[in-house]
Ligand binder design. Structure first.
Ligand SMILES: Cc1cc2nc3c(=O)[nH]c(=O)nc-3n(C[C@H](O)[C@H](O)[C@H](O)COP(=O)(O)OP(=O)(O)OC[C@H]3O[C@@H](n4cnc5c(N)ncnc54)[C@H](O)[C@@H]3O)c2cc1C
Length: 382
């Protein structure tokens, strides 16, 4: 893969090797059991923190390494995906959507208290934007925060929140002002704050190992010091955060497709029908060639946008394109992989069965395919 070396340098290779070893040692032996149990041990956060994995991309002064190094982060997340469970990666990685607003815009005292505890794996961070009334129309969110002296009184609810049950720190989008995007703020709400409760883990089609929950705020009192950024500026913070999340989801889709392709290739060589390996049938050979081509194109396009982001360029349109292209490509490739494995592909014991289910969320979460198309067409002047 010549392009690989262009994006990744030897330090990234070291990150890759160390995360790969972590996955082999700490996750792979138990992942099937954790998927069936729809949860993984909280201790894994501490282990990933101690191994320096959670801190990749964050400032050293707050417990991180490789500050702002987009490709170090990519190397780590690709290797984590080798555990074969998008749910585990999403759960362990919920800090990457919850923390960035705190890192960039929270008061220094809040940032310095929260970020190191999350990077060490002691505490868990989650992002709560989506509400039962809708997720796509962020500007219309209804959870209210009314300032009273030194507190905000928060009322409303959130749903589908990754790490929702067991998080300690929630970065919550609330309405502090007028209707529409100009009345939204972000608040840090901590587990245990009176008036804040979480629901039971929600049952899902895929991402079984992740915890996904509803959050309820009933006159919940949040200190004014927990405001992230300035009041009514939350929409811009949320949209900025989405750029990184969309890159992460495109990368997840590409790795899901990579694993599905690897499983398909292995099976095409091993499985015999009508006296020869099924990979010798032209229809299967060509299907594999097309899967590999689509994945290569998707990965290259995603890396290209990551490189532009790394250089500080705005890629609002292109990152939406990358997310849509990668998630659609992985939907197709995981579908084809199940087909190539035949009956075995439908069995829970086969990895492709999980990859197929897990990938379905990627064109919904972090902005749906339709929302991405809205952004792309708007950027095209339509
Ligand atoms: C497993 C999982 C984990 C999640 N984790 C989190 C999390 O950690 N934090 C968080 O805040 N949210 C999270 N979400 C929520 C996710 O971001 C939302 O589900 C998503 O944004 C879509 O919102 P919705 O489900 O309310 O669908 P809706 O917004 O109700 O949309 C329903 C349908 O209408 C379409 N639609 C909406 N508007 C338009 C339009 N203008 N043009 C065309 N079509 C449109 C949508 O594309 C979709 O097909 C998670 C969801 C899941 C399933």
């Amino acid at each position: 893969m010549p392009a690989f070396e262009e994006y990744f340098d030897p330090s990234h290779q070291m990150v890759r090797d160390s995360v790969r070893r972590f996955v082999e040692r700490e996750i792979l032996p138990d992942i099937d059991r954790w998927e069936e149990a729809e949860s993984f041990p909280r201790e894994l956060y501490l282990k990933a923190g101690a191994a320096g994995i959670l801190g990749i991309g964050y400032p050293q002064s707050l417990g991180g390494t490789h500050e702002g190094d987009v490709f170090a982060k990519i190397a780590a997340s690709e290797e984590l995906m080798r555990c074969g469970s998008g749910g585990l990666v999403a759960g362990l990685g919920s800090l990457d959507i919850g923390l960035p607003p705190i890192l960039k815009w929270a008061r220094p005292q809040v940032r310095d208290r929260v970020v190191p505890q999350v990077l060490s794996g002691e505490k868990i961070s989650a992002l709560a934007v989506t509400e039962p009334g809708g997720g796509s129309d962020v500007a219309n969110l209804q959870t209210r925060a009314v300032r009273e002296g030194e507190f905000y009184r928060v009322s409303g609810s959130k749903t589908f929140i990754t790490s929702g049950v067991r998080a300690d720190f929630y970065t919550v989008a609330v309405r502090t002002g007028e209707p529409g995007f100009s009345g939204i703020s972000l608040l840090l709400i901590e587990k245990g704050t009176p008036g804040f409760t979480v629901g039971r883990p929600l049952k899902k089609m895929g991402w079984w190992a992740s915890d996904t929950a509803e959050l309820f705020f009933d006159d919940c009192q949040v200190p004014v010091g927990n405001l992230i950024g300035s009041e009514n500026m939350g929409f811009a913070c949320i949209m900025g955060n989405f750029q990184n999340e969309r890159l992460a989801l495109a990368l997840m889709a590409n790795m899901t497709a990579q694993l599905a392709l690897e499983e398909s290739l292995k099976w095409a060589r091993e499985r015999e029908a009508f006296g020869k390996p099924i990979g010798k049938f032209q229809v299967i050979k060509h299907r594999l060639a097309e899967m590999a081509t689509a994945l290569e194109v998707s990965r290259e396009f995603t890396y290209r946008q990551a490189a532009k982001m790394s250089a500080g360029k705005s890629v609002i349109k292109e990152i939406s394109m990358a997310k849509n292209f990668a998630t659609d490509t992985a939907d197709r490739i995981t579908h084809d992989a199940v087909q190539i494995l035949g009956g075995l592909g439908y069995m829970r014991e086969s990895l492709v069965e999980r990859l197929y289910r897990d990938n379905r969320i990627l064109s919904i979460g972090g902005g749906t395919r339709e929302v991405m198309n809205e952004i792309i067409s708007k950027q095209m002047g339509l």
